[in-house]
Design a binder for this molecule. Sequence first.
Ligand code: DX5
Ligand code: ZN
Length: 218
Amino acid sequence: MNKIAPSILAADFGQLKNELKDVEAAGADYIHFDVMDGAFVPNISFGLPVLQSIAPSISIPIDVHLMIDAPERYIDAYATAGADIITIHQEATNHLHSALQQIKNAGCKAGVAINPATPVHTLDAIIQDIDLLLIMTINPGFGGQSLIRETVKKIAQANDLATRANRQIEIEVDGGITKETIADCAAAGANVFVAGSAIFQSSDRKKAVEELRLAAGS
Ligand code: DX5
Ligand code: ZN
């Protein structure tokens, strides 16, 4: 079953709670919460205080994407603030294995994201510890970019890695996901689709979610 995860990076922050209600009512499966630190990525977004204030009013799982250096410093705080899934970047920590245990010990599902230039095989030794593998289909830092075509083959490689390891994990894609690009990602084996602009720039969010779901094939 495919999941649609609206990225609130593209929402109107002046009325964030309404925006969240709107996408929940539109049938979103996760809320994708993009945290940027201005160091791991060249942009700063929002962090813990925002998560703390919105989490009580969200009834679907909150998928926190930490685009920050040394994410192990903040894992426990994001779990306490209401994260259900915490995804950290392979490139952002020297201690991926222990950081993933920290996420699980905090009661969350553990995700690993890889940037476009990072090969899937860098996760060979850690696949047993991963609940979700996020293939970045853009360079992280900004919404509204175009999907980098070369990243689509990495989705199939991620799927192969999980199958060989006998792991039922979620394969998520993030960046440039639209009704035009989603089908190729679904065909390659992704099942969680992050979409910022494609949902929040549409005045009819229900229609936007439905169109994505339809184009993905379920
Ligand atoms: C970018 C973020 C994405 C972003 C996607 O670094 O991780 O989640 O919001 O935005 P769109 O869907 O507009 O490419
Ligand atoms: Zn993201």
